[in-house]
Each structure stands twice: as structure tokens, then as C-alpha cells.
Design a protein around this ligand. Structure first.
Ligand SMILES: [Zn+2]
Length: 208
């Protein structure tokens, strides 16, 4: 990556939580500025016509807004900081709450290369990976996939013992139905968010 010029050195490139900041200039935007979480990045969308000093001012302003939204915990996936560190800590909490702390992952990471699965677990080395497509979904859905993968560290297959573990999580049935709905809509090309500028293409099936 090229060295930044002196003029944009003041634009924040990382959030307080350590997530990368992506400034997206759009010719389609006239006056509106938007900020949202996408694939673990804090995206600030600004009109292409903005000057560098307007960019600096608005990136700062919107990052502060994102942070405030995150602190409010609105339940909307895209507004949360999505660092692996936060995810691992949250997984530990879920293991304690629903699995008696018996599932102890060695690592829990967001990944972007998981196209047909929401999550995966490797019991042999204790690693769990979650698709970053989940970051746009409600927290209770993300929690279901995490509990599902945590349970796989204890039971490899989808047998009765496995589902008994997973169903300790009260939203399990609802979350499964939610993910099936998302997979259905995706396979039919039904757009969930027609007005976002980010890539809307994704494919998936239930957590496995
Ligand atoms: Zn599974």
C-alpha cells in the first residue's frame, strides 16, 4: 500500500475497537453520508464531491456515531464492532451460559471465504469460524450459530445428543428458521436490503 499523502493523514483509518475504516466515495450520493459495518470494516460512504477536509470531518463524525450505536446495542448486526477478539470473548460467555462452559474453543474467527456455510468447527484443534455474512444479522441469530459450533466441539455429528445441547439456547428454533429464510431468499435472488451499496450477493445454508 502506498504511503498516505500529508493531506489525508488525519482521516482515521482504524476505529477505537481496532476495526479498519473504509471510506467509500460514491458519485450516486449527493449530500447524504452513511456509516455501517460490513465484513468487519467500518464503512463510511460519502459523496464523491466531498473535499478532503469534508471527508476528514465526516469520517470522524460518523465513527463517533457508529460507536454510540454500538454502545446502545440495538441488536442490528452491522452496527457492532466485529473483531475476532470480541467474538472469542462472546463465545466464551455463550459456552458458560448454555453449555456449562464445557466447550472451550482454541480460536473463534470471522472468515470471508465461507460461501456455503454460516459457521464451521474443527473439534480436532478446537477452532471455530463464522462467516462474516452473519455480521449483518441480528445478534440472537449469530449467537445461535456460535452455540451450534460450540456444541460441535463436544459432539461432532447432528445426532439427538447434539441437538439437545443446542436447544439449551432458547432462540435455537427461531434462529434456524431465520437462516433458512435467508438462504431461501438468497437462492431466489430476493434482495434483503435494496438500498445498500455493498455487495449483496451471498449464498448460504444452515449452520454446519
Ligand atoms: Zn452442525
Amino acid at each position: 500500500m502506498a504511503r498516505q499523502s500529508a493531506s489525508d493523514a488525519d482521516v482515521p483509518h482504524i476505529t477505537d475497537d481496532g476495526a479498519p475504516v473504509v471510506v467509500r466515495r460514491s458519485a450516486r450520493r449527493r449530500r447524504t453520508v452513511a456509516a455501517f459495518w460490513e465484513d468487519g470494516n467500518a464503512v463510511i460512504a460519502i459523496p464523491a464531491s466531498f473535499t478532503k477536509s469534508q471527508e476528514r470531518e465526516w469520517v470522524r463524525r460518523m465513527l463517533a456515531k457508529l460507536k454510540k450505536q454500538g454502545e446502545r446495542q440495538t441488536g442490528s448486526g452491522r452496527r457492532r464492532p466485529a473483531t475476532d477478539q470480541a467474538l472469542a470473548k462472546h463465545a466464551e460467555h455463550l459456552s458458560q451460559t448454555y453449555l456449562g462452559g464445557r466447550a472451550v474453543p482454541s480460536s473463534v474467527r470471522w472468515v470471508s471465504n465461507q460461501n456455503s456455510r454460516w459457521g464451521s468447527a474443527t473439534p480436532a484443534d478446537g477452532t471455530i469460524r463464522l462467516s462474516n455474512k452473519l455480521q449483518r444479522m441480528p445478534q440472537w441469530v449469530i449467537d445461535y450459530v456460535l452455540v451450534h459450533e460450540l456444541a460441535h466441539l463436544l459432539v461432532a455429528g447432528h445426532n439427538a445428543e447434539f441437538w439437545k445441547l443446542v436447544e439449551a439456547y432458547p432462540e435455537a428454533q427461531r434462529a434456524k428458521a431465520f437462516l433458512e429464510g435467508v438462504a431461501f431468499a438468497t437462492s431466489r435472488g430476493i434482495p434483503a436490503e435494496p438500498d445498500t451499496e455493498g455487495p449483496g450477493d451471498s449464498a448460504g445454508d444452515i449452520a454446519d
